[in-house]
Design a protein around this ligand. Structure first.
Ligand code: MEV
Length: 440
């Protein structure tokens, strides 16, 4: 049986790899070599990556691709996408081109409010707590002035604190529900620092509030943390055109296409099993931009899915209508993104991604990202209601299968051509590959 290791974090990188490969790998030498192959040649850059997290042993590469020709609010963008799934970038590019000639994408920021909460327990008279809250409020604000001064100078800061009584759900449980404007920062550090400041002052000042009984004075702070649910930090992106302009596919009339499209979106509005996959497709586009621009994709995912369930049942994040012969398709999604702080100035690829987007501010990045999600969903639903998803998917996946099989460049060319007018499945690619190899 393997033994736990003590002091692992204190080992050098080389020592960590030695322990790891000798403990878990049949061929320790080969595993070590693979890990080292992915080290960066430039030692300074490698050190930068080593220091992003703890216990670094190597780097994990994802491709970064470009989806060009996105016309967003009359401006042309090439969108960077970091993602491993084949056909996502191709689908985005295709959707961008489709809408380029139909007015492009229009966007609107519906809000930028961030949220954080101090969760606490109070045993006593709620009216006294309310009075205490009113009295302590200026002190709460004052106690974080060192943290908020710079943000306030730029027009942001703490925008509100309310006391919330949650005792109907959990005995003695209350919150300080705080709202923030964090401008171009995602704001997690700013918000959490403010919350911890509020919590400390709120607890300490209670000890001196003369109207509290001894028990009431002892407010118990449970935790202070931002909420990744940001239903008022939302962007809308829209495409629309006359139905007759939806004339790309020869096998289906524009009218039939529009109606089938709206029906597919409406299914995702009422059927959670479909909605989850529908939204997963949206997140293919969103996450790829979020990752490429150094933002927190877990936060974005958590918020998006909570928002999708905001009416009590999980539903589509996109919407589609036909009114007065106009097809309209739009997304509304919360996106707490930043263009300063975090990885944005640190990771060279993030800097490149932001520069190719002409260094957007946070609102513009929200808009671009929402557009990538909408485009992705348009591409997926279009395929689903026409040719089906597998044709395009397997075409892209063909190269992955061929790479797994160790195909040469010449063989890859041969098979791309061979499967041009056939559906490639994993088994028939393998069968055809083996046939070719045994013949040669
Ligand atoms: C695959 O990654 C995403 C899709 O399943 C999305 C969808 O079904 O809408 C194609």
């Amino acid at each position: 049986m393997k033994q736990p290791i003590q002091g692992f974090s204190k080992l050098s990188k080389e020592e960590k790899i030695d322990w790891l490969t000798q403990t878990y790998f049949n061929d320790a030498k080969a595993a070590k070599e693979t890990l080292k192959t992915y080290w960066h040649n430039d030692a300074t850059l490698q050190k930068l990556h080593d220091e992003f997290i703890e216990n670094t042993i190597s780097n994990f590469f994802l491709p970064i691709g470009i989806a060009p020709n996105f016309l967003i609010n009359e401006k042309l963008y090439s969108i960077p996408m970091a993602i491993e799934e084949s056909s996502v970038v191709a689908a985005a590019s295709k959707a961008a081109k489709f809408w380029l000639n139909r007015g492009g994408f229009k966007t609107e920021i519906l809000g930028t409010e961030k949220i954080g909460q101090v969760h606490f327990m109070y045993h006593g008279d709620v009216e006294k707590l309310k009075k205490y809250f009113q009295i302590v409020m200026p002190k709460l604000m004052h106690s974080v002035s060192e943290i908020t001064t710079n943000m306030e100078k730029r027009g942001g800061g703490v925008t509100g604190i309310t006391l919330k009584d949650k005792t109907d759900k959990l005995a003695n449980y209350y919150q300080l529900h705080c709202t923030f404007e964090t401008l171009d920062a995602m704001g997690a550090n700013f918000i959490n620092s403010c919350l911890e400041g509020f919590a400390k002052t709120f607890k300490e000042e209670a000890l001196h509030f003369s109207e509290f009984s001894e028990e009431e004075k002892h407010i118990q702070i449970v935790m202070s943390i931002l909420s990744n649910y940001v239903p008022n930090c939302v962007v809308r992106a829209t495409v629309s055109c006359p139905v007759e302009d939806l004339n790309e596919d020869k096998d289906i009339s524009p009218q039939e296409f529009a109606e089938k499209f709206v029906r597919a979106v409406n299914i995702a509005k009422i059927e959670p099993y479909r909605a989850v996959t529908h939204n997963k497709g949206i997140m293919n586009g969103i996450d790829a931009v979020v990752l490429a621009t150094g933002n927190d994709f877990r936060a974005i995912e958590a918020a998006a899915h909570a928002y999708a369930a905001k009416n009590g049942s999980y539903a589509s994040l996109t919407h589609a209508t036909i009114e007065n012969n106009i097809f309209k398709f739009w997304i509304e999604i919360p996106l707490a993104m930043g263009t300063v702080g975090g990885l944005t100035k640190l990771h060279p690829m993030v800097k490149i991604a932001l520069e190719m987007l002409e260094n957007p501010n946070a609102k513009q990045l929200m808009e671009i990202t929402a557009v990538a999600g909408l485009a992705q969903n348009f591409g997926a639903v279009r395929s689903l209601i026409t040719s089906g998803i597998q044709k395009g998917h397997m075409k892209m996946h063909l190269l992955n299968i061929l790479n797994q099989l160790g195909a040469t460049e010449e063989e890859k060319k041969y098979f791309v051509n061979y499967f041009k007018d056939k559906t490639a499945t994993h088994s028939n690619v393998v069968a055809e590959f083996e046939k070719l190899r045994s013949n040669s």
